[in-house]
Structures are given as structure tokens and as C-alpha cells.
Design a protein. Structure first.
Lengths: 355, 355
DNA sequence: CACGGGTATGTTAGCGGTAACACTCGTCAG
DNA sequence: CTGACGAGTGTTACCGCTAACATACCCGTG
């Protein structure tokens, strides 16, 4: 009778019985304890194999006080950036033998971030990575009094939370300098939402580069990262006199902008040069192929796990720490020489054919 | 002395002491057990609040044999489809009070899928969602002897694993019929990799629709989902006599194809109509805005969790079950009337200007 | 007024591991 | 020859929770 029941999966005691040792010895083998005779170890291993034994996760976690699980809080994991970062995080964590538990936020509010962290804490995660690029969530993090190791991706400016981020400022500067080298008088900017730290960094880099070159700084247009907002920005920009170069804060908006330019018969790069940011896989096939700033999201993910694990495993609070991953320019067809005939001080309607 | 130590987080016994009850009563309150006096409940709740008590996840999991954690195995979570599906899964799971642990595969092999499932099993997940659109992984699933509740997204054809998927066949049919309605003689196809079930479904739907309409079925070109492969396919197609309409198996490849057409001065939709699949956010801003088949990934995620939770919570094996989520056509500018002058049996070089 | 039966609560025994300590041997120094 | 010591192994005590059973008390009833 009892043999027909859906037998419970074997436990350590079963292995011990089969191998003719105590359960503690089994535990020793599993934990690579040195004081186990080779022959005994073999016997235990054989028993484990025969029974298909697997250590019970919960029991182990209960006594060791470690779940070997990392929590990730992220904003909209559908976006290329967060998705790629999480991919890197997951790969690195798994390589180190950690599980990754994810909470994906619809909206990015301080309360939402805190709630998510609370949820993960309830699961007993050993540490948390917050991919929270908004300033509000950075503030939430700063206010966090958890003693749980935490690392922020893009946004740990305030507070003692260590942070890993791509060098937005320098990336933006590269974009602008690239355009200036082509002889453009100045570079316009379509930025991301103002409360995003990444948007802020790119804006700052753009300003710095223009300032350093002594160029006029046009009023930036604020988008929301979506292709649509880039499209709208494009239509606004078309009417700007003297426009020959635009630095768009992400590739998706750049796509929208290119579309708007196409509708208004502005040719890129002959009349206006465009540079994006992110280097999404599609960028190479935009009309025209987009010059953009490449971000190594995988590296960001890896580095953040590296820091987090170091803190978890050493119990070290390590203080504030900031890792900056460089960004690099990928030159493609959307940027080129400034048009020879500048329409510098021309009136509203320039030589371009506009509808 | 002892008060200066980093005090261990409070346990049930601490709450019990503070509330002047036994730890079991605390447990009863936490588990909404009916037999607790209202006043006692209040007192316990107050104590919990005061101490900031949180139930220990591992201890609870150990005794209930449930981790309230769901495992997700997915191929390349960087892609829009998987990322969106996982987003839906995560939202639905969290709403039901479950954690979501993710393993993201670099390559999709049967061994990889099994290893990932093993990894998650080691964490003690209560159930698994496999977002594994390749045929090889579907086979791996079928061979799986785990007694863990499992549900497949796109791909549980073989074996008793329940599956949730978008109606690829019907989606493809809609794409083709849409094109045929515009008077196109036939529709070419750029398919996905042959071992992907989604690619297979779209191919089948395309064939069926053409067969039903009594149209010739051109040789499909096989891509790998990437924009580049679409680009290459585009260059191949340009030389096909009689080409007026193409159904591309995903939007990314469609982008590449549009690029190739642009380089060869083929205008879309005037000379050739193009329809994609997926409806990625960028599609609306492609040159020209892409007519495509919209997939409700969120719904797929939600439905798969629904099935999984039902099986977990009822212990019900439920047998084979298949949920099909409809796909819908989104008509945009890339598709339109077939050109009046058919270049039906024309020689290699047609009236088009080709470089 | 003794008694059955429900309600509110307490007590006890695990869940399946790991850590600490105890024990049994050889081996070797004094 | 004996005691110290370390290697190999076993025994026991938890980790923090829930389930099962035990207990105390209240009520209505014959």
C-alpha cells in the first residue's frame, strides 16, 4: 500500500540510511566539509544519485538565514534598456548560484519602489538591485532604512546606496562633439522626461559640450522616451531656423523624429544630422541607419551584481560606491557634414521645402 | 550590552509575548483563522505593527511545503515578445501574491531548458512557466517527468503540458487576406527560423490563406528574426519578378526589409506592400508606418498564470489544455492597393529603378 | 446540576536542514 | 605507557513556523 503512494521526495535522512551514515555526514559531503573520508564521500554521493536527492531549499534557508535569492525592482521591463540590464543581472547572478526574483513596476513612484522592496523582503531575498532611473525613486532609496544590501542602477545619487550607471554625461558629450566635428554650428536636443536621471545626465552632457565649444544652447524639447514624443518633437524642430543637427536622448524617440522629418521632406543627414542614444538593435536599420551612443547594459548588470554579492558575502557595508560604465559612439549614416549653406539668421521659412 | 547589538528581527514569539498570547494565536491572526476573539486580534495586530514583524518566509515554506514562488524560464528576455509576456506574468503573479523567479536562456536547447527547470526546482518553486517557443524545448518539456505544475507559452504542442499561445495561424491568415483584398496576386513570406513554433504557425497560416484563395505559393525566405536577416531577405526579394506584397514574420525583420527596399528605391506601399507581425511600439513609426499583426502578450502572460495557479492550488493535473489568444490586424501605411501594372512575367529587371 | 458541544486559546511535535558538541579511534610526543 | 591531539563520525539542539491535539471556559438542555 504505502509503496503506491506518491512518495515524498527523499530527505537527507533517506540518503543517510542508504549510505549507512548519519545525516550529518551527508550534510558534510554536500557542503564540501574536509573531514570526510574519500570512500564515505563516494558512498554518500552514490546514494544521493540513486535517490535523486535534492536539498530542501526552505529548510536550508531557515537555518542559514540565506535564501541565495536576489531581488530586482525595475521600471517597465518591456523597455530595451531595463530588459537588457536585467538580462545581464540574471546571467551574473545565476553564474554565482543565486536566484533572481523580479518585480516590475508600472509606474515609478517612491511608494511603488518601497512597496516592491517590501514585497521582496517578505520573500527573504539576500539583496536587492533597484533599476529605478527616476529621481523620485532614487529619493525613496535614499530614505530606505533597510539593512538589506542594496545597489542602484542609474540613480543612486542621493543616500548611501552604491550605484552603477552608464556615463550618460560623457556619452552625450561624445554625441555632441561628433556633430560639432562635422561643422554644425550647434546641436539641438530632444530630452527624456525631466525626472529621469538618465535624461538629466544626457541633458547635462549636451549642455557641457556646447558650452565648452562656445556654441549657442537652444531650448531643449522634452519628450517621454516614446517614438510618438520623438515624432512630435520632430515636427516642432522642423520649424526652427538654423536647425542642422539634433541629439535625441534615446533611439526610440529618434525613430519618431526621423519619421517626422521624412514627412516634412527633411533629408537626413544631408539637411539635418541626427544622433540617438541606446543603440537598440533596430537602430542600424533606421531610415537612415542611426548614429547613436552605445550603452553596455550587460556590463551594468554584471557590475551591479558584483557589488551586491561582495556586500552580501562580506557583510561589508562598504559605504558609498559608484561604478560608471563608459558609453561609446557608434557612427552610422544619420550624421554627417553640416550643409554648406547655413541658414543661420534666416527667417522662419528657410530654403527647405516645408508643407 | 545586549541592547546595542544589531538586534535580530522579531519572530512570532516576540509578538506573542508583547500581545500576551501564545505564538499560535499570532499565527492564527496572520492566517485569518476564524476562531480568534476580535479584541485579541486587535492586540496581536498592534504588537505586529509595533515590532515591525514579518513572517519568516523560509520557516513558513518549510512547513507548508509551498514557497509561493513561480519560476519562469524564457529565451532571451531582451526581445520584445518574451519581455512583454514576462511582464504580464509578473503582474498577474504578484497580484495573486506570488513571487516570480526568472531564468533567461542564451541559447534555446532542450538541455538548457531542463537545466533551468532543475535550477528553479532547487529553489522550490511551486510551478513553472516556460516561455520556450522553439520546437526542441517543447520536446524537452514533453519529456519532462517533473510532477511540478508547468505551463508552456507558445510551444506546448507535444506532451501533456498545458499551453497558452497567440493564434499565429489565424494572425498570419489575417495578414495575407488583408493583402489579397488589396488586389495582390499573391503574397511572399519572410519566415522566422524553422524550429520556432511561432514561425511555423505563421508560415502555416500564410500557406493556408493563399491556398484557400487559390493563389500561387512562392518559396518563403527564412530569416532569424533579426533586422539584419530581414534586410538580407529584402535584397533577395527585390529581384523576384512579380513581387507586390510581402508578409514578414516579425516587425524587426520588416524593418530590415523596408531598409533594403529603400536602398533599392522600391517604394512601400506603392510598389510593394509589407505586413509585419508583433506590433512592437516602434512599428507605428517605421518608414512607412507598418501594417502588422498585434499580439496581446499581456493577456498571454495573464492566462498562463491563471492556468498555472489553478493547477497549483487545486493540485489538479487537469490534463492537456490549450488557450489560444486571438491576434488582430493593425492596418497602417505599409500596405495598400496592388500596383495597377503588374510585372507578372517580366524579366529580371523590371520597370523599377534599381541600382 | 451534570453533561454535551462549541469557541477561544495554549501546548506539543514536527518540517529538513546546519552548527555545536561529543565521541571513538589512531598517532605521536614525553 | 599514557595523555594530547586531530581526523572521522554521530548526537543533539535549534532555526521559525503551522498542524494537531489538549485544555479551559461558556452555553443550553434534560
Amino acid at each position: 500500500m504505502s509503496s503506491s503512494e506518491p512518495r515524498r521526495s527523499p530527505v537527507m535522512a533517506d540518503v543517510a540510511r542508504l549510505a549507512g551514515v548519519s545525516h550529518q555526514t551527508v550534510s558534510r559531503v554536500l557542503n564540501d566539509h574536509p573531514n570526510v573520508r574519500g570512500e564515505t564521500r563516494e558512498r554518500v554521493l552514490a546514494a544521493i544519485d540513486e535517490l535523486g536527492y535534492r536539498r530542501n531549499f526552505a529548510a536550508r534557508a531557515l537555518v542559514t538565514r540565506q535564501t541565495r535569492t536576489l531581488g530586482v525592482v525595475s521600471f517597465d521591463t518591456t523597455l530595451y534598456g531595463p530588459a537588457s540590464t536585467i538580462y545581464g543581472i540574471e546571467q551574473a547572478a545565476r553564474a554565482a548560484g543565486y536566484f533572481v526574483s523580479i518585480v516590475s513596476l508600472k509606474t515609478l513612484t517612491a511608494a511603488g519602489v518601497l512597496e516592491a522592496i517590501g514585497f521582496l523582503t517578505g520573500q527573504g531575498v539576500d539583496g536587492i538591485v533597484v533599476v529605478a532611473p527616476q529621481r523620485s525613486s532614487a529619493r525613496a532609496l535614499a530614505a530606505l532604512t533597510t539593512n538589506l544590501p542594496t545597489v542602484a542602477v542609474e540613480g543612486g545619487r542621493a543616500g548611501g546606496v552604491p550605484a552603477v550607471s552608464v556615463d550618460q554625461v560623457n556619452g552625450a558629450r561624445q554625441a555632441v562633439e561628433h556633430l560639432l566635428e562635422f561643422g554644425h554650428e550647434t546641436v539641438w536636443h530632444v530630452s527624456g522626461p525631466s525626472d529621469w536621471l538618465e535624461a538629466e545626465g544626457r541633458l547635462k552632457g549636451w549642455r557641457k559640450a556646447l558650452t565648452a565649444a562656445g556654441r549657442p544652447i537652444p531650448e531643449p524639447i522634452v519628450g517621454d522616451w516614446s517614438p510618438r514624443s520623438g515624432y512630435e518633437a520632430g515636427h516642432l524642430l522642423v520649424d526652427q531656423p538654423g536647425l542642422t543637427a539634433v541629439f535625441v536622448a534615446n533611439d526610440q524617440m529618434a525613430l519618431g523624429l526621423l519619421r517626422a522629418f521624412a514627412e516634412r521632406r527633411i533629408s537626413v543627414p544631408e539637411e539635418v544630422s541626427v544622433v540617438g542614444f541606446d543603440d537598440i538593435p533596430e537602430a542600424e536599420f533606421f531610415p537612415p541607419p542611426l548614429t547613436t551612443i552605445h550603452q553596455d547594459f550587460g556590463e551594468v548588470g554584471r557590475r551591479s551584481i558584483e557589488i551586491l554579492l561582495r556586500r552580501i558575502e562580506s557583510g561589508d557595508d562598504g559605504g558609498y560606491e559608484r561604478v560608471v560604465v563608459p558609453a561609446s559612439l557608434v557612427a552610422r549614416a544619420s550624421s554627417g557634414q553640416a550643409p554648406r549653406r547655413r541658414t543661420k539668421a534666416a527667417p522662419r521659412s528657410t530654403g527647405r521645402r516645408s508643407a
